[in-house]
Design a protein around this ligand. Structure first.
Ligand code: NAD
Length: 398
């Protein structure tokens, strides 16, 4: 395929293509954020499996494991490869860049571009692990998916982002037109709640851990983490108390069961890590959250507390997962990386500004322009240092 100039194509707010060089630069910047903080003595992770490894928190976790610890990584993701003149998805280009930089730096990396919910993915992963990464000492579960086909019954579940019990009305940004509007979200049906739990709850995480345990592929003391979010009260009806929140409660319950099994068999541990809100493809799709994600960074920056996705994962891996580190948890046994986001002074800025925000003052009162830029950069667009007039090879392989 000849090289081509790639301009951003959008359907409403969503980008439908991706820029390989922009994605490559994003990965390179994240590697830099880890490599610049690495001490040669950092130990504790040798073989790491990341499920949901191509974008967002999963990609940042994989980078932290590889460049922070020199770990060998197996990444699982579900991304669109390039096809003819059509670009690949951003996660595909991110992963291709991950492999390129891993080769450069003599780090072992293997990837499976497949449906992580399937039994086949678990079987293929087990084969790769057995021959090249056994035993695994850390499993990161970082899937965000709208859909799951149940591997045993074939049933298809679609997740929804809706409140539970009653309708919810609040402000949000209509991202297609950049306006602040009122939105009313009708409550989910019982089936929608159950389906969202089936997609985003803990069943698949548990299936992964059981498969790895059964195959004897986990190291003594092996650990696993799945990511969650709680957030402030303004988002509770759509997040914590909504359909996705029900799925996250299911994840909490799964973490207890997995923890008990790992502990009994290997002296291992399972945790849910509650991470801060960051701009990812998954978080931007949640109503009300984009306005919150536009108000949060200025409140954190004013106090020098801001962290992006890679900085959160740097803190998690370096402070909690390094050899000998203690792992402080909240009363429910969860790791809390959202401590800075949830500080009373940070949240009081947001609570004060929330009622004042209108379409007219959105760009003055919030960092909406940054949110928009960051969202586009997830697809490799508007990334500093990239020449968007230059033709690039889009037919990149993993
Ligand atoms: P993301 O959309 O950036 O990443 C999702 C990943 O899942 C991608 O690698 C994608 O390829 C993979 N994936 C989706 N469906 C798949 C499938 N069927 N098979 C294999 N891979 C599949 O999402 P994210 O925001 O990084 O979210 C990851 C986790 O972090 C989620 O559990 C989310 O709830 C949690 N979290 C996110 C935030 C936030 O603000 N973004 C905050 C706290 C916790």
């Amino acid at each position: 395929m000849p090289e081509q100039v790639i301009k951003r194509k959008s359907r409403g707010f969503i980008c439908v293509n991706a820029h390989p060089e922009g994605c490559r630069q994003n990965v390179s910047r994240q590697i830099g954020a880890i490599a610049s903080h690495t001490q040669s003595s950092r130990a504790g992770l040798k073989n790491v499996l990341v499920i949901g490894a191509s974008t967002g928190y999963g990609l940042a976790s994989r980078i932290a494991a590889a460049w922070g610890f020199g770990a060998r990584t197996l990444g699982i993701f579900f991304e669109r490869p390039p096809e003819g003149v059509k670009t690949a998805s951003a996660g595909f280009y991110n992963s291709a860049a991950f492999h390129e930089f891993a080769r450069r730096d003599n780090l072992f990396a293997s990837s499976l571009n497949t449906d992580a919910f399937s039994d086949l993915a678990k079987k293929q992963a087990a084969e790769i692990i057995r021959s090249q990464l056994a035993p695994i000492d850390l499993v990161i579960y970082s899937l965000a998916s709208p859909r799951r086909v149940h591997p045993r019954t074939g049933e298809v579940f679609n997740s929804v982002l809706k409140p539970v019990g009653q309708a919810f009305t609040n402000k949000t940004i209509d991202l297609d037109v950049g306006k602040v509007v009122q939105v009313t979200l009708e409550p989910a049906s019982e089936k929608e709640i159950a389906d969202t739990v089936a997609v985003m709850g803990g069943e698949d995480w548990e299936m992964w851990m059981e498969a790895l345990l059964a195959e004897g592929l986990l190291a003594p003391g092996a650990r696993t983490l799945a990511y969650s979010y709680i957030g402030p009260q303004v988002t509770w009806p759509i997040y914590r108390d909504g359909t996705i929140g029900q799925a996250k409660k299911d994840l909490d319950a799964a973490s207890k069961r997995i923890n008990a099994k790992l502990n009994a068999k290997l002296g291992g541990r399972a945790w849910v890590s509650v991470n801060k809100a960051v701009v990812t493809q998954a978080s931007s799709a949640i109503p009300v959250v984009p306005l919150y994600l536009s108000l949060l960074p200025p409140a954190l920056r004013a106090r020098r507390l801001d962290e992006g996705t890679i900085e959160q994962m740097r803190r998690l891996f370096f402070d909690y997962l390094s050899e000998g580190a203690t792992v402080p948890t909240d009363d429910a046994g969860r790791i809390r990386l959202d401590d800075r986001e949830m500080r009373a002074d940070v949240q009081s800025d947001i609570t004060r500004l929330w009622p004042q925000v209108t379409t007219e003052n959105l760009r003055d009162l919030s960092a909406y322009d940054d949110f928009q830029r960051e969202f586009r950069s997830l697809f490799g667009f508007e990334v500093e240092g990239v020449d968007y007039e230059a033709a690039v090879e889009t037919d990149v392989q993993l």
